[in-house]
Design a protein around this ligand. Sequence first.
Ligand code: ADP
Ligand code: MG
Length: 240
Amino acid sequence: MITLEHLSKWYGSTQVLDDCSTQIEKGEVVVICGPSGSGKSTLIKCVNGLEPFQKGTISVDGISVGDPATNLPKLRSRIGMVFQSFELYPHMSVVGNICLAQLHVLKRSEDAARARALELLDRVGLRSHADRFPSTLSGGQQQRVAIARALALDPIAMLFDEPTSALDPEMINEVLDVMTELAKDGMTMVVVTHEMGFARRVADRVLFMDAGAIVEDAKTAAFFDKPVSERAARFLSKIL
Ligand code: ADP
Ligand code: MG
């Protein structure tokens, strides 16, 4: 579903991604972890064409992200993205937030968009909050709305960048639970997170990044039992 081959990226003269290669299969859940500044956000932004890259190739569902001929907005509309900051539109109701791209990108009818939005709100446990405004919701609820909004475009894969990092501890699990359900339903997911309990329970594979490189790419059990790199072992010993 997602293939990275020898991906390298520079900001000016600073290299931030260094020869990253990996392959993510349909239905696979991959967690990316690693120290701050190691390139995790940059890597997933490259995957949906939010950041250009200078070397290597990325393909998503057979489409080459770096090819100038690729219709990036169209590709992006097929990949759901959830950030640390929920970025809901404050002046629109919850259901309005989830309808917007369905109307403008997928050209769904108002009725169809609303029906799909309500179905997704049900799935994230917020059906009764449909007509409220984002500011009246907790952070955990807002992030669940952001996930529903991303799902409304029927994405082929979902990318999460530290979706629970901005949340109070008591709200983290409600978001991880929604993500766990999504994974069980077979969604292809790439999740940047430091929630190692989630990684252990849900991920098929863990990538560990350091200084722009993927230094570990292992099945989840192997990663936690015996990380190959000394750097990953040290990271794990600090956060577990
Ligand atoms: P992570 O998500 O693992 O914390 P990032 O991908 O955000 O790491 O950042 C990787 C490196 O790229 C860091 O050294 C960061 O300072 C740098 N960086 C990120 N965004 C920019 C930018 N827009 N311009 C220049 N440098 C950047
Ligand atoms: Mg980041």
